[in-house]
Design a protein. Structure first.
Lengths: 94, 146
């Protein structure tokens, strides 16, 4: 059985693989799906934190936390919330 | 994000405010889980309830009270930022009587997620506003209702 989409979403997925993917998701409870969302969010945060640690090996965990927050919230909102933003705002990442 | 949501729904429950998770969380629960940068809650709140909300949120969340009061008065969303996790929760005020008790909850035992139909209706309404076709959507709904 094939699944067709009129847009690009999952267009790179083989129909058999897509069927397995959809079946797995249909079998998940609401709690499991909610947990997946939280898990994806935490994974993205951890990935951003790892990248910040790589870029700034001397930074302490507080600075890493603030820099990860700035990636998601933007610098202006972050300054409102914490009253400051990390230095080197315009530093180019390499 | 989970800690922030739990903390918020506990505050809402203490204030007796009805809410439902909408947006990405609702679409994930009713459909396929997907990544989101923040959490959206639909909330039955009036302007005068912002101050008590801020009192309970103080210390755990950032909340701009004046902006939140302006937002609720104008039917717009306002933000809470969880200091401990930097998670952002957007609260969308609903109009009086706009949603019934089956769609919103005062539960603090678990994050209450809006029913699928409600979540879709809100998404469509939001996109219609962004695309500047809210009037067309309203006419369509009138035609369907008539």
């Amino acid at each position: 059985m094939g699944h067709r989409f009129s847009h690009g979403w999952l267009a790179d997925t083989h129909p058999d693989a897509l069927r397995v993917f959809l079946d797995l998701n249909h079998g998940m409870s609401a709690q499991q799906k909610y947990d997946r969302v939280v898990e994806m969010y935490e994974t993205m945060n951890a990935t951003c934190a790892a990248e910040e640690r790589r870029l700034r090996p001397d930074a302490d965990e507080r600075e890493i936390f603030l820099r990860v927050a700035a990636r998601r919230l933007g610098w202006d909102l972050m300054r409102k919330v914490w009253g400051r933003a990390p230095p080197e705002r315009d530093e180019r990442r390499t | 994000m989970n800690d922030a949501l739990k903390a918020i729904v506990e505050i809402l429950a203490r204030l007796g405010l009805r809410y439902a998770a909408v947006g990405s969380i609702a679409s994930s629960v009713h459909g396929l889980p997907r990544f989101t940068n923040d959490a959206d809650l639909l909330i039955d709140i009036r302007v005068e309830q912002i101050s008590p909300l801020a009192d309970l949120a103080r210390g755990a969340f950032y909340l701009d009270v004046e902006e939140a009061e302006r937002a609720v008065a104008g039917g717009r969303a306002f933000n809470l930022i969880h200091f401990a996790s930097a998670a952002k929760v957007d609260l969308f005020p609903c109009g009086p009587g706009e949603f019934n008790s089956a769609e919103l909850s005062r539960s603090a035992e678990a994050v209450w997620v809006a029913p699928g139909g409600t979540a879709i209706r809100l998404q469509v309404t939001g996109w219609a506003a962004r695309l500047g076709v809210a009037d067309l959507l309203a006419r369509l709904r009138e035609e369907l209702a008539g």
